[in-house]
Design a protein around this ligand. Structure first.
Ligand code: 5GP
Ligand code: ZN
Length: 112
């Protein structure tokens, strides 16, 4: 979608530190990391938020992709967190669906 920063990253129009590509999905490092590992997982086509993701299979693929990245990053045994901020109360600031994969330090609960 025109003007969407994550669509531009998916199209290679603006740079990002790409971690992994898969069928219709992309993982890249967050610009402002909140943990030693902070990777964003996106569908390469535009969906504004989790509310717009009608295809459960796509959501399963994105979650499995994040889980596989956690394994490949050596995080699986220690643990990690996958977060989907949704709309303003959820803390979403970029309106292209993304999963945050966070790891490499103990996470706190409740989140802020
Ligand atoms: P949200 O707050 O929407 O859940 O998360 C958006 C995330 O995208 C933030 O963690 C922010 O640091 C990251 N971000 C915003 N713009 C860019 C960018 O241009 N490149 C990268 N790599 N990350 C970005
Ligand atoms: Zn987009």
């Amino acid at each position: 979608m025109a003007g969407c920063v994550f669509c531009k990253i998916a199209a290679g129009e603006i740079p990002a530190s790409v971690v992994k590509r898969a069928d219709g999905m992309l993982a890249f490092k967050d610009l402002n990391p909140q943990a030693p590992t902070h990777v964003l997982v996106i569908p390469t086509h535009h969906l504004a938020s989790l509310n717009d993701a009608k295809d459960p299979a796509l959501l399963g693929k994105l979650l499995a992709f994040a889980r596989d990245l956690a394994r490949e990053s050596g995080l699986a045994d220690r643990g990690y967190r996958v977060v989907v901020n949704t709309n303003p109360d959820g803390g979403q600031t970029v309106f292209h669906l993304h999963l945050h994969l966070l790891g490499g330090r103990p996470m706190t609960w409740p989140p802020g």
